[in-house]
Design a protein around this ligand. Sequence first.
Ligand code: GDP
Ligand code: IMO
Ligand code: MG
Length: 429
Amino acid sequence: MPAIVVIGAQWGDEGKGKIVDHLAERASMVVRYQGGNNAGHTVTIGSTVLRLHQVPSGITRPHVAAVLAHGMVINPPALVEELDRLAALGISTENLHISPNAHLVMPYHILLDEAEEELRGAHALGTTRRGIGPAYTDKVARRGLRMQDLIDPARFRARLEVALERVNLELTRIFGREPMTADEIVEKYAPAAERLAPYVEDTSLLIQKALQRGETVLLEGAQATMLDIDFGTYPYVTSSSPSAGGACQGSGISPRQVSAVLGVVKVYTSRVGMGPFPTELKDDIGDWIVERGHEYGTTTGRRRRCGWIDLVSLRYAARLNGFTGLALTRLDVLSGLSRIKLCVAYRLPDGTETTEYPLDTELLAQATPIYETMEGWEDEDLSKARRVEDLPPQAWAYCQRISEWMGVPIDVISVGAERNDLVALRWPV
Ligand code: GDP
Ligand code: IMO
Ligand code: MG
């Protein structure tokens, strides 16, 4: 009963969608366990580029059940739009399953996300403004609405009216915004409720049955370890737990059932939004990586901040998640650089050096990276590489160095965006 967890090891956009799509070939189920449509996961099949936000990346494989588990916050109209977009591309969305316990992102959550960002001014977090923080806030404050409310029209209206009493105080008195009415929200959400109702069922039971049949279940993380509410660069984080523990909590399986935890690592670093980023490059090389790697966000189109690989934070991610294997992605993007730097330690403001990730966000913001330099390789197209021998020796040496530092073996190396552009070394379990 192998459950394989796939987690971003950096600040998101490592290529989780592509890796999940690859592994889904041998899985029967792919489960999203946290986050909502703040995620943007890209899967490229031939000339078709799928941008998935709430639907798990396994949807591309007809034999795979796609599960939206209770750890997610779901925006129903946005989900329906996503399903329609997939259907228009000829992708069946019938094998979809949504937990009745998943919380809803409501229109007022989006307003509150925007209003809070504006209020923060210079201290804005740079959220995706998809209402994710306020939706999880309501969940933890025990006043959220869930999928099981959505699909029962009378219950939905009744609970919404109660929720709006408080929400409207917040919108009008704190943020000076217009209040919202139950009617306008019901009008927007009722058609989505009708569309989604047939897919709502106990997903943790469904996952358990698949595991008991001995099938492979993939748990697809959104966001990433360094955006985790507990482990990331708080407060510049998302409001959920993308890390390994969150996978069990958000999907409803036992830690004893997880047989592998795959860390997805981009071979350099990127970050969208604000917050400390020790290896960020604000120079020509940073610009070069952004342009060569088309580093613009899948969800918001924002330019991603880019920099060298940070092995200090990656070791921290490996420890917290217990990675059993690595998926190294975007190796092709670095082709043509004569030298590649790897951050192996931080120098702190008092002059000391550390190879341990500092938990103090202010200290982290002042840490300067200490680099080791490796030789790069020619500007050649790596996307056709299928075996390690097809890679330039310097590129393979670079991958091995990352693996050594993290103390985790390499399972797969991705060398291009397309589904088949990869070197598979071993299966995760
Ligand atoms: P995710 O959020 O982790 O799923 O990653 P995104 O999809 O937001 O961003 C990763 C981007 O890199 C997407 O455009 C992918 O198509 C692309 N990608 C994934 N792996 C590779 C790779 O090995 N090389 C290149 N050039 N692009 C890749
Ligand atoms: P995937 O799954 C990259 C970032 C936002 C912001 C912070 C909080 O595609 O890797 P939120 O809207 O979640 O409250 O924003 O988190 N962020 C992401 N960055 N990839 C993502 O998802 C992200 N989801 C949220 O930019 O800094
Ligand atoms: Mg993304």
